[in-house]
Ligand binder design. Structure first.
Ligand SMILES: Nc1ncnc2c1ncn2[C@@H]1O[C@H](COP(=O)(O)OP(=O)(O)OP(=O)(O)O)[C@@H](O)[C@H]1O
Length: 300
């Protein structure tokens, strides 16, 4: 079972929201979709789910398009959260899971288990409107996963959550992946994708600016960072050929170098000068790569 998006385009009038995006998500993997506001993430999700028809191209899961008829295979956490404020958590979840074809007798124990996992067992009979926004989000997440979907689509699952709840949700998502669920999630925060996904696509104005395996992307991107900690001014390192820039900080400096081979001449120059407390060659962050590729901050 593979999710295949083949050269998909979506136009709204004259506006090209998604422009020739292709990607493949293998069963059981965690795939990240990155991009600034308006980059085309939600539109792509809606096409995956069969809620929107592509202007051209195709989307298939297990070789066939996804549609309303296959809804029990899919879990979806929409960006615009939609729970009924006057219902209790239990009533809401029973209603939504019945639509997915589950029996009431299996819904309630599964709900209780999830509420325990999120450390809020007392919410079962509370009205949605009585919960904080972050806690409503946990309930909406439960609504997306309780029926054990094959494919889980999470649109900005971590937005608006505090650090403790973000960690709790991350663990839940990783647990679901380990059980074999294929997960695609969007974020405009690079960090979450960097921590959780092996493969990713980065959209900018509807097109992919970066795509592939995260490790390969980092490895093939030549530029590296070098962190140096020393008690003297390190500005002289700017003269070493291949050093692109140098930022002095209170402990020393961080250098960006053209590729890994530049680390050696840099180290030699420092060794001539004196003692260093730290010398470390690091992979660039996804954020660094994006700024370089797209030429702007991702939250433009
Ligand atoms: N139904 C629609 N009609 C017209 N334009 C639309 C429609 N839906 C989306 N768009 C436009 O398509 C572009 C992509 O929107 P989309 O919601 O997919 O972005 P996104 O990456 O999910 O952004 P965000 O992070 O803000 O949710 C935007 O310019 C948006 O205004």
């Amino acid at each position: 079972m593979t999710l295949v998006i083949d050269n998909v385009t979506k136009r709204f009038g004259s506006h090209q929201a998604v422009d020739g995006v292709s990607l493949t998500v293998e069963k059981g993997s965690m795939f990240g979709m990155l991009g600034a506001n308006g980059a085309g993430k939600t539109t792509t999700f809606r096409m995956i789910l069969g809620l929107l028809d592509p202007t051209s191209g195709s989307v298939t899961w297990d070789g066939r398009p996804l549609s309303y008829k296959r809804t029990s295979l899919i879990g979806y956490l929409p960006e615009e959260r939609g729970l009924y404020p006057k219902l209790t958590v239990k009533e809401q979840i029973i209603y939504l899971m019945r639509l997915k074809g589950m029996k009431k007798t299996s819904i309630v124990p599964a709900l209780q288990e999830w509420l325990e996992t999120f450390q809020v067992p007392e919410y079962e009979n509370k009205k949605i409107e009585e919960l904080s926004k972050g806690n409503q989000q946990k309930i909406q997440f439960i609504a997306a996963v309780l029926h054990k979907p094959e494919l889980l689509i999470l649109d900005e699952p971590f937005s608006g959550l505090d650090p403790v709840n973000t960690d709790m949700l991350k663990q839940a998502v990783e647990h679901i992946q380990k059980q074999g669920t294929t997960i695609v999630f969007s974020s405009h925060q690079m960090k979450n994708v960097e921590e959780m996904c092996e493969d990713l696509i980065m959209l900018k104005r509807g097109s992919a600016v970066l795509q592939g395996n995260l490790r390969d992307i980092k490895r093939s991107y030549g530029v590296k960072n070098i962190t140096v900690q020393a008690d003297y001014n390190l500005n002289f390192l700017q003269e070493v050929s291949g050093v692109l820039d140098l930022q002095q900080n209170k402990d020393g400096a961080v250098l960006r170098v053209k590729d890994e081979t530049i680390a050696e001449p840099v180290f030699q120059r420092i060794a001539e000068k004196g003692f260093v407390r730290k010398f470390e060659v690091e992979q660039p962050s996804l954020h660094d790569i994006f700024i370089d590729k797209a030429g702007v901050e991702h939250d433009e």
